[in-house]
Design a protein around this ligand. Structure first.
Ligand code: SF4
Length: 159
């Protein structure tokens, strides 16, 4: 995903760093995930269920938290932030509509991001999505039970 505006917050400073450290707290907006990876603790712990704060509610909570704590950026540390495209769209649209002015990043699976066809995440100040495939080998995909199409990995990176 290419950003149109690459300007991140933080003042330029002297020395070998170019910017002041960003205040970027972690945030968990969901619990669990539906993937079956055999090596991971998540499937047996969560029963492959996924519960999440709805998109618009999440945007409103982010705005309230930003007003209280004044951070520059939010890191969504969910096991898979982007499981539900509908929720992500609602979040992005609400962040845009409410002029949230918060940079954010999160995790998303290779074959999930391929379904995202618009620029809403970018417009809502998503500056980074961490793509997950677990393995680049078809044999290993089969072994761990995830079965991501290996050919989809480079396609997802160019989405
Ligand atoms: S995708 Fe990641 S978090 Fe989800 S089950 Fe597989 S290894 Fe665990």
């Amino acid at each position: 995903m290419e950003l149109k505006d690459k300007t991140l917050p933080g003042e330029p400073i002297q020395g070998n760093r170019t910017r002041a450290p960003l205040y970027a707290p972690n945030f968990f907006s969901s619990f669990g995930r539906p993937e079956p990876c055999t090596f991971c603790c998540s499937p047996p712990i969560t029963g492959r269920r996924w519960k999440a704060i709805p998109g618009k509610q999440l945007a409103e909570e982010i705005i309230e938290l930003k007003a209280r704590f004044g951070f520059d950026m939010l890191r969504f540390q969910d096991a898979n932030f982007g499981v539900a495209e509908k929720r992500t769209k609602e979040l992005c649209q609400a962040l845009v509509d409410l002029d949230a002015d918060v940079w954010w990043n999160g995790t998303i699976e290779i074959e999930t991001i391929m379904r995202y066809k618009d620029d809403l995440p970018e417009e809502s100040k998503c500056h980074l999505l961490w793509l997950g495939a677990e393995s680049g080998k078809a044999e290993m995909q089969e072994r761990i039970g995830k079965n991501i199409g290996i050919d989809n990995i480079p396609i997802a990176y160019s989405t």
